[in-house]
Design a protein around this ligand. Structure first.
Ligand SMILES: C[S@@+](CC[C@H](N)C(=O)[O-])C[C@H]1O[C@@H](n2cnc3c(N)ncnc32)[C@H](O)[C@@H]1O
Length: 241
């Protein structure tokens, strides 16, 4: 097994014809990993930090590759009762994911979902305050990433929070063990391993960040085997922890 370069193998869940019920089960597995390993938490804390530094009455949050919308529901719950309003928008290429996200979020009046290809984003549409991209960037070829990152930066007024996997031998074999215990679907077991092989090293992320000069970048490793990359539009003295 070679981890020195990103794998270009496609994930089974990217098949747009995948049965809706099966897709739902795959997301249930993904959400379980996020829940058990606290994957959402790092993005929520980063958002909170950006919000604290930029007080406003309302914020629009855009989630790129939102899947079944679990992240936005977490955002809505985490910030419930705060003194600001949230408008939450999820974008996904897969029509069935968008449908599932809408069904799962009926109780959340401030969340909307749209079918949209990240590679076809237009800079003047979907403006937001904070842009989230969780476990989605590794679905793209290395050549495509700088183009949409440029768009992400143009779309977001305050910052971009990217949360994705670390490509490493150790995370690959630990995931194999974890998926045996916690995962039900063959697709999530398979795709998790492909995801790790298609994911990033810190060096990869630094190389991408070098294409986005004049912005503040914080790239940090987080348990379990994740990188949190925060791109801020305003220079701040206080570093992220
Ligand atoms: C592994 S899932 C992550 C879902 C969710 N963000 C999470 O953290 O659980 C990756 C998502 O990216 C979406 N995706 C892949 N390519 C896309 C594209 N070109 N445009 C928009 N969404 C895309 C897939 O449909 C899928 O829902």
């Amino acid at each position: 097994m070679n981890f020195s370069n990103r794998s270009s193998e496609r994930e089974l869940m990217d098949d747009s014809n995948l049965d809706a019920l099966l897709l739902q089960e795959v997301y249930a597995d993904i959400n379980k990993v996020n829940e058990v390993l606290q994957g959402f938490f790092h993005s929520l804390r980063a958002m909170e930090r950006i919000i604290t530094e930029n007080p406003q009455n309302s914020y629009t949050i855009l989630d790129m590759g939102c899947g079944d919308g679990a992240m936005l529901r977490k955002v809505a719950s985490y910030f419930k009762g705060r003194s600001f309003e949230l408008t939450l928008i999820g974008i996904d290429l897969n029509a069935r994911s968008v449908q599932l996200a809408k069904e799962n979020s009926k109780e959340y009046p401030n969340i909307r979902f749209f079918e949209q290809d990240i590679l076809a984003l237009e800079a003047n549409k979907l403006q937001c305050d904070i842009l989230l991209c969780t476990l989605t960037m590794h679905h793209f070829d290395t050549d495509a990433i700088p183009t949409f990152l440029n768009q992400f930066v143009k779309l977001s007024r305050l910052g971009v929070v990217i949360n994705d996997l670390q490509r490493s031998r150790m995370s690959y074999y630990l995931y194999k063990l974890f998926s045996l215990i916690f995962m039900k679907t063959k697709i999530a077991k398979h795709d998790g391993l492909v995801s790790i092989q298609s994911a990033f090293t810190k060096t990869d992320l630094i190389a991408f960040s070098n294409n986005l000069p004049n912005l503040e970048h914080h790239i940090s490793w987080r348990w379990a085997f994740r990188y949190l990359w925060i791109i801020r539009n305003r220079k701040k003295d206080i570093p992220y922890e």
